[in-house]
Write a protein of this length. Structure first.
Length: 182
């Protein structure tokens, strides 16, 4: 039951559209099949699964883990809808500081792979959203990092549609990109 794997506009990002089988009973799809991922160049081993629940207007991020515990993430939204964003923080990358955003929802069932070296975050666009992450490294507090979601140098066009975002105190205190560079 092959999925469609498409490279994102920033090197390493991959958007995955699974093949959905639906009828009057509901639906079925394979959200992760190692052999299919390997056949499409994704050899990562996932070692931790995370699940978050958020309400309308919540922004989570922009988070990353630095080496030696840098994480790749395979993410999807299983309830509601989010606008998901990845920011390239790889210092030697030609797209350093650039971002890519995509809508993930229970309807489109799209998966998004974000490799190590990217910051990641999302905005909840529905009354409630359930969001799942498969990670290539376990959470390590000493490697925890992030960048401000509203960094003017990143200029991320969060689709707030007049909403005041709900952001954690921790995320509002994250450094700006230029502070990471020093």
């Amino acid at each position: 039951m092959p999925s469609t794997f498409t490279s994102g506009p920033l090197e390493g990002l991959i958007v995955i559209h699974p093949r959905i089988f639906g009828d009057e009973r509901g639906f079925f799809y394979e959200c992760y099949k190692r052999s299919e991922f390997v056949a499409n160049g994704l050899y990562e081993e996932f070692v931790q699964d995370n699940h978050s629940s958020s309400t309308l207007g919540v922004i989570r991020g922009l988070h990353f883990q630095s080496s030696p515990h840098a994480q790749g993430k395979l993410v999807r939204c299983t309830l509601g809808q989010v606008w998901d964003v990845a920011v390239d923080l790889r210092p030697v990358s030609a797209t350093y500081g650039q971002h890519f955003g995509i809508v993930l929802s229970e309807e489109n069932k799209t998966l998004f792979y974000i490799p190590p070296g990217f910051a990641h975050g999302f905005l909840t666009l529905s009354e409630k959203a359930e969001f799942l992450y498969k990670c290539t490294a376990e959470y390590a507090p000493a490697s925890d990092g992030g960048v401000r979601w509203d960094d003017p140098d990143l200029n991320i066009p969060w689709p707030l549609q007049g909403m005041s975002p709900l952001v954690s105190e921790k995320d509002n205190k994250l450094p700006f990109l230029k502070e990471l560079e020093t």
